[in-house]
Design a protein around this ligand. Structure first.
Ligand code: CO
Length: 173
């Protein structure tokens, strides 16, 4: 039975602490992953990193329509290239979004839930964006760190009726 955990909000020191490597994939890690998936689904997010639920470990979950559900332990970016501008939001920075630079191509290696090494290559996709965003979380980095001015942080319109067609819906990761 998995649980929806409270999501930590910017200002919480756990979001700024580089997370520790997972040394052993035991029952507590399995439970953490299950709870993170439930929490991500509950918040309608595309990804979630363990520090966002107050656990300073390098564990990430991501789910996209094209790539399905990914569970990544000790993920690291081994290669990235290119640059593109993307709208982004974060479950730990509620109510805001901003346009930032992300890589076009991202190659990641990680362990899966069974402890087997996996490699992922994402090119110009939501997955590429989510991988960079979530791996940043495991290093204590937030997307707002890439902004040069607080003015670049745009409030998300609270009402659907009031939706500004000019502004794309930012990805929540
Ligand atoms: Co985030």
């Amino acid at each position: 039975m998995s649980a929806i955990l409270p999501i930590r909000i910017a200002g919480d020191p756990v979001l700024r602490t580089p997370a520790k490597k997972v040394r052993k994939i035991d029952g507590s890690i399995q439970r953490l992953i299950d709870d993170m998936i439930a929490t991500m689904h509950g918040a309608h997010g595309v990804g979630l990193a363990a520090p966002q639920v107050g656990v300073s470990l390098r564990v990430v979950v991501i789910e996209t329509p094209d790539d399905g559900l990914l569970e990544l332990i000790n993920p690291e970016i081994v290669k990235h290239s290119g640059e593109r501008r993307l709208w982004e939001g974060c479950l730990s920075v509620p109510g805001y979004q901003a346009e930032i630079n992300r890589s076009r191509q991202v190659t990641v290696k990680a362990l899966n839930r069974e402890g087997l090494e996996i490699r992922l290559k994402a090119v110009d996709t939501l997955l590429a964006q989510a991988l960079e965003h979530e791996i940043d979380h495991t290093k204590g980095v937030l997307y707002i760190d890439y902004l040069t001015s607080p003015d670049e942080l745009i409030p998300v319109r609270p009402s659907i009726d009031d939706h500004d067609a000019e502004m794309p819906e930012a990805v929540l990761v």
